[in-house]
Design a binder for this molecule. Structure first.
Ligand code: FAD
Length: 488
């Protein structure tokens, strides 16, 4: 007999609500706790998961398996090619293990909710039961309402309400119970489950060898690494986070997004640790408010699920006539737009599988406003390359930058890439790091080499001229947005 925990985007033993509940249930019933993870290549394809993220997940699974084995808890891993087969396969596995209960943390995206509903029905037909638990957000969706009883569509009042809720319910930040050791009989009865193999790669999501070496060194996987990074960040950098977080040349942010996205770190533990271990102050407050953005976008997803279906949050922005200029899109993807800050950022993404937040906003604004390219192409390209790709945060970030999302700012606030560059990469260090063609430019001409007398050097090194003129592009975007809204 057994109780099962199904790992998804919660790849940790510490502070994992559904895993704690499953462990407790197994102990009370005197049965074995089995854990499982299913790899679905079709699902990875459909959700445009980046190969670098898949690799991170597989590496984290190996660490998780070893940690669980120390408690005599097996981690069963299987590849299920077709995603619609997942519920039936889980029901089959549960039956073969003689399991009564399945536990899992809730994922709020529409496909996942449908899958879980099907699973609940299938298990019920066979006399088994599924418990779906809130875990991924610090404050579970559905708990915060405006004074008028509505869902929040603006971050600032939502954040005030989020903070007030945490003061009222401090238990929400408490560390969850770790899983307990399985009975001795577990290995005898479920030896074959302990023996399941974790694939080294998934066929349609393989990293090139040279990338794998670099990226694995850059992004060590697993929950112990997450904890180490979190502790180091709280000790060394959180104090000046508020002052330095916007400058991409500084390593001033936590780089914990990959761990929060794969669940090798819980958002609760991130916030609790920041509160307890750092000296407090503005830096800590600001960091907690950034982690809260992650909760915010998941709440938005729950409240307005149509954003999962390629629709803008603001329906009146559905009729904008976007450009699908292939040459412009390729220039953006490859970091050859002739706007140094944009190109530096896109090359950072291609190289690291990660991009600084300020730069994510700059390049997203550039694609959707200066190039007037459908923001959904940028959203997709980000998912294809980000190690921290997360639907809600990515969709939220793109919606914000393209002015089609949950943001009260009007569309006519358009980033000027040169001014952004001068403000946030004043000395050009970030540009020099990522755009070798411009390394020789030591002056402020680095922000727009062709307009400030450094064109000859840029040209000699093969750096392109700007693909569009910002002022003209701005006017074009204003007209297209205005016409789109008026025709809606
Ligand atoms: P820190 O500054 O240390 O912040 C701590 C944590 O707070 C992050 O790890 C993240 O979990 C959360 N966070 C911070 N800012 C945001 C934000 N604006 N929205 C949501 N969560 C936030 N973040 C993702 O995790 N996955 C994505 O796919 C993603 N796509 C984005 C796309 C665009 C266009 C934009 C503008 C932002 C996107 N972000 C995304 C948010 C943000 O850029 C990253 O979370 C952040 O850069 C990660 O670096 P860090 O861990 O060092 O962040």
């Amino acid at each position: 007999d057994a109780v099962v925990h199904w790992f998804k985007t919660d790849l940790r033993t510490a502070d994992n609500h559904a895993l704690s509940c499953a462990s407790q249930k197994a102990r009370e019933a005197g049965v074995t706790l089995i854990t499982m993870y299913l790899v679905s290549p079709q699902d990875l394809e459909a959700h445009v998961v980046a190969p670098v993220r898949v690799d991170f997940v597989l590496r984290s699974l190996r660490i998780l398996r070893d940690d669980l084995a120390k408690l005599d808890i097996p981690l069963y891993v299987e590849t299920v090619e077709e995603r619609r087969q997942i519920p039936a396969r889980i029901a089959e596995l549960m039956e073969s293990w003689g399991a009564s209960h399945l536990y899992a943390n809730m994922e709020y995206e529409v496909d996942e909710l449908r899958r879980e509903a099907k699973l609940v029905r299938m298990l019920a037909e066979k006399g088994m039961c599924m418990e779906i638990i809130h875990d991924t957000c610090v404050v579970p969706p559905g708990q915060l309402r405006t004074g008028a009883g509505k869902q929040y569509a603006v971050y600032t009042p939502w954040f005030r309400s989020w903070m007030a809720h945490l003061r009222k319910e401090p238990g929400l930040l408490e560390l969850g119970e770790p899983p307990v050791r399985n009975p001795e009989s577990a290995r005898r009865t479920f030896g074959h489950v302990f023996d399941s193999e974790i694939p080294v790669a998934v066929s349609n999501k393989t990293l090139a060898d040279e990338d794998a070496v670099r990226l694995r060194a850059l992004w060590p996987a697993g929950e112990h690494e997450a904890k180490k990074r979190l502790d180091a960040f709280c000790k060394q950098r959180i104090g000046h986070y508020d002052r330095k977080r916007n400058f991409p040349a500084e390593a001033a942010t936590s780089s914990l997004s990959v761990h929060l996205a794969s669940g090798t770190l819980s958002a609760r533990t991130a916030v609790r640790t920041a509160r307890d271990r750092s000296a407090g102050g503005e830096g800590t407050q600001t960091w907690i408010s950034e982690v809260a953005w992650r909760d915010f976008y998941k709440h938005v997803l729950v409240n307005w699920p149509y954003i999962c279906m390629n629709k803008p949050f603001k329906p009146e922005y559905s009729n904008i006539t976007w450009s699908y200029d292939e040459a412009h899109f390729a220039a953006w993807c490859e970091g050859r737009t002739g706007y140094p800050i944009v190109d530096a950022a896109m090359r950072q993404l291609q190289d690291m599988g990660w991009m600084h937040n300020r730069c994510r906003m700059i390049v997203a604004s550039f694609l959707s406003k200066d190039l007037l390219i459908d923001w959904r192409m940028g959203e997709r390209f980000f998912m294809e390359h980000l190690i921290d790709g997360d639907f809600a945060s990515n969709n939220g970030g793109w919606g914000f930058s393209a002015s089609v999302g949950v943001d009260p700012q009007p569309y006519f606030r358009i980033f000027n890439p040169r001014l952004q560059s001068e403000k946030f990469d004043k000395d050009g260090d970030y540009i020099r790091k990522w755009v070798p063609e411009l390394r020789g430019i030591k002056s402020s001409a680095i922000h727009e080499p062709y307009a400030r007398g450094a064109g000859a050097l840029a040209k000699k090194n093969g750096y392109p001229e700007p693909v569009v003129d910002h002022s003209a592009a701005r006017e074009r975007a204003l007209t297209a947005y205005k016409e789109g809204i008026e025709s809606g």
